[in-house]
Design a protein around this ligand. Sequence first.
Ligand code: NIG
Ligand code: FE
Length: 400
Amino acid sequence: MKTDLLIRNARQVVTFDQGQFKTFENVSVACAGSKIIHVGDEKQLGLESATVIDASDFVVLPGLIDSHTHTIFAGSREDEFEMKLRGATYAEIAQKGGGILNTMSATRKTSKEELLQLGKKRLVQALRFGITTIEIKSGYGLSLADEIKILEVIRDLREHTPMDIHATFLGAHSVPPEYKPKRDDYVKLVCDEMIPAVAEKKLAEFCDAFCEANVFTIDETRRIFEAAEQYGLKLKLHADQLTHTGGAELCAEMGAVSADHLEHISDRGIDALKNSKTVAGLLPGCSFFLNMQYPPARKLIEAGIPVALATDFNPGSSMTQHLQLIMSIACTQMKMSPAEVIQGVTLNAAKSLDRTDIGNIQPGCKADLVLFSVPNYKYIPYHFGQNHVEHVIKNGRMVF
Ligand code: NIG
Ligand code: FE
């Protein structure tokens, strides 16, 4: 059989068989075009390939998926970082006009072209970390024109990267200062103008909101979700992050693809997710960086809820693109196993983006693969803070 790319004799290949974590030792992965066509013994098939990579020193994983990021922002917030080290909380900084609104001001002032350049650099970094699919949210514009500007940058980035990019509209990230005395008008703007415009221009696949005390209430979030649904956007939510609001229950009820954060999810919230199709998207980089409570990963996993992990890359609560570091934090701080964290950044992350063609190494899947220079898969989160990626293959082509 003829193939385009043969990854020969990998030390270990990580796959999922009916959702179950499964490894193979000393096998080959064959790709034709942008698809995987065979995993196993190459001799049995008599494979012939144009390109061959000797993978005897590598562990092969599905391309990593960063399913929750805020990659498009201008400026940075290291001053607030220092304030937090001296005792200020995330919520206090936000109430003083810092936080999201600080980044909003910087992002509003920055041109599309400059944001595109920033985005390009960040995506190169992400690819080096083994990320082949990324979700990016708007949410630092908070006006119709600025939200569209960010979403257009996200759209245009696709021409500059081999990665798959999923766009999420997050106009309801914060109430901007000009709407502070009339917050209901902002919710109306999001529902009646922004969502229709975003949908009409096909700039986003998902709609997200920051459902939180002093940000958007459950009732406001429900209104936003109803508008989003009407315009064909799928739902995601920043839920139960700093306080318990019942965001997880709302996600389950409305069939959101993912409920993210969940540091303060209740037992009722866990029950609701258990009986839904919603994935739990955990972002332990935030708990680490803000020195706050971690989400109850073990409880969620034991309830049978698929758990995805992502960086939440943003300048306020998780200034990192290092998904392998997030995997280590998930192991040590939430007691997830190495196999569970790998599942969290591959199979379950794909699910949280409503994808079934990525996140696994199986015939028919997209040929998105990462070759790690490690002795076995457990070594990836174990040797923490390190980038173990040696090669990245996207759509059957070596891109790093
Ligand atoms: O996911 N929680 C809301 N949004 C981001 C933080 C954004 C920011 O601080 O700039 C998050 O943690
Ligand atoms: Fe976030």
